[in-house]
Design a protein around this ligand. Structure first.
Ligand code: TXA
Ligand code: MG
Length: 314
């Protein structure tokens, strides 16, 4: 399959939308990472996404919608959902709610779960594409399953060129880590730390949220332990580099090959995380060592991704 590179102007987005309508699979930028989108109602198109990414079928997809009102027609809404959508949509927060009967969404998208993950993205290109297409877009991150997520169009091309219909080019993603996923079927539960910090969610809800327990496989089927993996091994919380290692720094450290944020800014570090990991992966002959990252705010999402990247590969 030849992968078309599309611009994000009117004609590029019209072409992308036509491809989606015809059952194609198209990568596009969001504020978090690039997504690989298709019509969430089209079983064959959804199956092609799983095939292109080599993604296990038990791992459900997030459906991207153009507004809160549209999202409400796919899931059973709650007071907590209302408060969070008002506070953080459009933006990097995904809500998992009971799927509405007759939603029309393919059962491959939900992996047959009774819930659906919904998100209203903020990136102007994603918004324009959703509006032009006028339907639900199922979109996982646009990388091969288990690999580092893409934060620019060349990252997408390096993993998926020849396997997908098109890539809408839209520069670098501003947030740089995936959306925070919050389960709202029962008590609000953090299923994946991400672009909206836990502290901000708790402030909006006025109560603490439950934290996902490791091993609680069914609530977050995609949170497999080895994930976001560079080819090189990775070691976290490093203050002493060993021979043969290259350092991904954070803050004012010496000897770093690349630094996530010399100023120690967690937002800047999140935006650089996958970009730097992609680059170091091409340079590393040994292990990628990473400086300690404070475990609050966006630091939780960064540490989560690094911990998965550091896990032994299957
Ligand atoms: O920022 C993001 O969320 C990006 C952009 C493209 O929107 N998307 C993304 O998708 O990260 P993906 O497929 O790489 O990760 C989605 C995660 C998976 O871990 C999956 O298991 C979980 O969402 N998920 C999807 N539906 C779910 C559901 N019904 N219940 C629990 N977890 C769900
Ligand atoms: Mg992913």
């Amino acid at each position: 399959m030849q992968t078309k590179m599309l611009s994000s102007d009117e004609s590029g987005l019209t072409r992308a939308s036509e491809l989606l309508s015809g059952g194609g699979i198209v990568a596009f930028p969001t504020e978090t990472v690039y997504g690989l989108g298709c019509d969430a109602r089209n079983d064959l198109a959804v199956a092609h996404i799983f095939e292109a990414k080599r993604r296990p079928h038990f791992n459900p997809l997030i459906v991207h919608l153009d507004s809160k009102e549209t999202a409400q027609s796919y899931v059973n809404w709650t007071d907590a959902a209302e408060r969070l959508a008002e506070a953080f949509w459009p933006g990097p927060l995904t809500l998992v709610l009971p799927v509405r009967e007759g939603s029309g969404v393919s059962s491959l998208v939900t992996a047959n779960l009774p819930t659906l993950a919904v998100r209203v993205p903020k990136h102007p290109i994603a918004v324009a594409l959703l509006q032009k297409f006028g339907g639900p877009v199922a979109a996982p991150s646009a990388n091969l399953s288990g690999k580092i997520s893409p934060t620019n169009a060349p990252h997408v091309a390096s993993g998926l060129k020849g396997r997908i219909d098109a890539i809408v080019e839209g520069g670098a993603c501003g947030v740089g880590v995936e959306s925070t996923i919050l389960g709202l079927k029962n008590v609000p539960t953090l299923l994946r730390p991400g672009g909206i910090p836990q502290e901000a969610i708790e402030a909006a809800l006025g109560e603490p949220i439950a934290l996902h327990q490791p091993g609680d496989a069914l609530t977050a089927p995609g949170q497999m332990s080895s994930h976001y993996a560079p080819s090189a091994p990775l070691r976290q919380n490093v203050t002493d580099i060993r021979p043969g290692e290259i350092l991904l720094g954070f803050g004012p450290v010496l000897g770093a090959t690349l630094n996530l944020s010399e100023a120690g800014d967690l937002g800047e570090a999140a935006a650089n995380l996958f970009l730097h990991l992609h680059e170091l992966d091409t340079l590393a002959t040994g292990t990628i060592a990473v400086s300690p990252i404070p475990n609050h705010g966006l630091g939780r999402a960064i540490n989560d991704r690094l911990a998965r990247a550091a896990k032994p590969r299957p």
